[in-house]
Design a binder for this molecule. Structure first.
Ligand SMILES: [Zn+2]
Length: 273
């Protein structure tokens, strides 16, 4: 799977975040405004560009930014370490979004993290493994992450919904320090707003054989990038730093878009951090 954001997307996001005008960014990079525009929209890297100077004005890490331009990808993860997790990527109108099905193999209780555009494949996996779908955890209420909720509730009318949306009924809202048990697994949450007002990260722990924690982060952070700071770029970046990148280094990060990654990979390679 390709990164969610290429070098151009990252430069464009960082420019929005810092409020640097195209002329100033182009001047710092030693390129024309037209070259900056084709970098941002088509990921065309000019032959002669001052990467460190551009990174500096955009408040990005120069070495990590250069790494993205050179084609960095997170190392592939062997998901058989966790019993069990499956990734479902659904596509609509050219956009793709991930949802994650997690279950305890001992008692067959399952939880879905975000719904994607269409839950047909996830529901088929629930049936094929004779699981009981107990919970749906929503990372934030952007449509691509919740679109299949009616389909899931039709199949599993008693499924419990978890969200931090203020528009949701009170009994569906996440409560601080609440621990949800999924068989032997434990699910907790931490608030990671910025990309979305109701953005949360769910942390799944207590795996047998000491497999690392899993963090389902929605659009707070992507491999090599981060979600748009629709509500607040500064808050979005700060919450990722405080709430996600402080998790143990081997924590598996499951983003709403793009490939899986880890805390260690992002600390070493994400130019925003
Ligand atoms: Zn989103």
């Amino acid at each position: 799977m390709n990164l969610e954001d290429n070098i151009g997307d990252i430069v464009s996001k960082a420019r929005l975040m810092t409020g640097i005008a195209p002329a100033a960014a182009a001047q710092a990079a030693g390129i024309s405004e037209a070259e900056l525009a084709s970098l941002e929209t088509a990921a065309q890297v000019p032959a002669k560009m001052n990467f460190p100077a551009l990174a500096k004005v955009l408040d990005l890490d120069p070495k990590k930014l250069a790494g993205i331009a050179q084609g960095w990808l997170p190392a592939p993860e062997d998901l058989s370490r966790w019993h069990e997790i499956r990734v479902f990527t659904t596509v609509e109108d050219g956009g793709s979004v991930n949802s994650y099905l997690v279950w305890d193999e001992v008692n067959q209780e399952a939880a879905l993290f975000d719904t994607g555009f269409d839950a047909t494949a996830a529901l088929a996996c629930v049936a094929a493994n004779q699981l009981q779908l107990r919970h749906v955890f929503i990372t934030h209420s952007h449509y691509d992450h919740v679109q299949a909720l009616p389909q899931i509730r039709a199949a599993w009318p008693k499924v419990r919904i978890h969200t931090s949306s203020k528009n949701a009924p009170v009994d569906q809202r996440n409560k601080p320090s609440e621990i949800i048990h999924l068989g032997g697994l434990r699910v907790t949450y931490r608030e990671t707003p910025g990309h979305a007002e109701d953005g949360v990260t769910y942390v799944i722990g207590n795996w047998q054989e000491d497999a690392p924690h899993i963090a389902v982060v929605g659009d707070a952070i992507f491999a090599g990038s981060m979600g748009r700071g629709n509500d607040s770029w500064t808050l979005a970046r700060q919450k990722v730093r405080e709430q996600i990148l402080t998790l143990p280094a081997d924590t598996l990060i499951c983003p709403g878009h793009g490939p899986l990654t880890t805390v260690a990979e992002e600390l070493a390679h994400n130019p925003f951090f």
